[in-house]
Write a new protein. Structure first.
Length: 253
């Protein structure tokens, strides 16, 4: 994080995941908290559970409310995003960072930082293109850090979310070309909350017509082998209007 010292003031795009948390911690250590702003995008794409957890992390890191900019975003009014094409994440990141940069002009024009890492280059991530187009700095990517490095560093700095399961916005649960609607996002959130409350810490719920596909982590899969759990889960998803509950056999890491 020594490279962060070249900046007089920075703003960290903060989601509450381990990547952005480590970046925020490093920026505060390098520059002092008074020279670090936190940008939080608030929208229907982020579950209430994730939003609450992110706010708790900022309190844990003792970030002053004066340094936190909560920015309301309205992605369901963006036609190119709602269409849910393969470029959905590009359109979202582009709009989001345009809004972030307008907000930063009010606060002393700090340098905007993103928590991208080397592993982000190993899969198709249209959102990364928007980050490059806006010239947003990616210190952890520049330092060659991968996800494993980041988790190890976060643990060494005693960051409480060092082992938090990777997550993404609720819209990523919907099949491409399925129009992104508030009702669908709410269903996904309710279903994932149900599984999280039952100990499925790395689950994702993906509606597919009248079917629902569950993506699980290794530990989740062990839980699912318990017959009573399966019965309760099937009953719940049927109560949500789904006819079949399917399992994606490719487990999440």
């Amino acid at each position: 994080m020594q490279t962060l010292k070249q900046y007089s003031c920075v703003a960290v795009a903060f989601s509450g995941g381990v990547d952005s948390t480590l970046l925020l911690y490093g920026a505060c250590e390098a520059l002092g908290k008074e020279r670090v702003f936190v940008l939080r995008g608030v929208s229907e794409l982020v579950s209430k559970r994730e939003s609450t957890a992110a706010a708790a992390l900022l309190r844990e890191l003792d970030i002053s409310s004066k340094q936190i900019l909560e920015i309301r975003l309205y992605p369901l009014t963006w036609p190119e995003f709602v269409a849910n094409s393969p470029e959905r994440c590009y359109f979202c990141k582009k709009r989001m960072h345009q809004t972030f940069q307008r907000s930063l002009n009010v606060s002393g024009d700090p340098v905007l930082l993103d928590g991208s890492n080397v592993d982000d280059l190993r899969s198709h991530r249209p959102g990364s293109r928007a980050i490059q187009e806006f010239g947003i700095k990616t210190p952890m990517l520049d330092a060659g850090l991968n996800k494993e490095d980041i988790r190890s560093l976060a643990k060494s700095f005693h960051l409480s979310n060092h082992d938090k399961a990777s997550n993404s916005c609720l819209a990523t649960r919907l099949l491409e070309e399925t129009e992104i609607k508030s009702k669908l996002l709410s269903i996904v959130e309710e279903c994932e909350d149900f599984l999280l409350e039952r100990g499925f810490s790395g689950c994702r719920v993906k509606p597919s017509g009248l079917d629902v596909v569950l993506e699980l982590s290794g530990n989740d899969a062990v839980l699912l082998t318990r017959s009573p759990e399966r019965v309760v889960i099937i009953h719940f998803f049927k109560s949500m209007g789904f006819l079949r509950v399917l399992l994606d056999l490719k487990l999440r890491s």
